[in-house]
Design a binder for this molecule. Structure first.
Ligand code: ZN
Length: 82
């Protein structure tokens, strides 16, 4: 459904691996923390000392992971227009 709606609007639909550790990975230095229980809403990376909002960090990681896996060789830009 999402894929169909995106393509209808000329947008690109990408999936990331469901096991990708989006919450536990620091979006700055890519350090992965051992565990992060669901009640922890913010954390500080022990490697680069960046303070993260859990959800914002996860959303940045999901975007970046999608762009890393994007089939650039197809010659289509992932964001066109709006
Ligand atoms: Zn870090």
């Amino acid at each position: 459904m999402l894929k169909y709606k995106a393509e209808q609007e000329g947008k690109v639909y990408l999936e990331v691996d469901r096991w990708f550790a989006s919450s536990k990975t620091c979006n700055v230095c890519l350090n992965v923390v051992g565990s992060l229980s669901l009640d922890i809403r913010a954390w500080t990376c022990e490697r680069c000392n960046t303070h993260h909002d859990r959800d914002i960090n996860a959303s940045i990681n999901i975007r970046d992971e999608g762009l890393r896996n994007y089939p650039w060789e197809a010659g289509i830009l992932p964001v066109e227009g709006k």
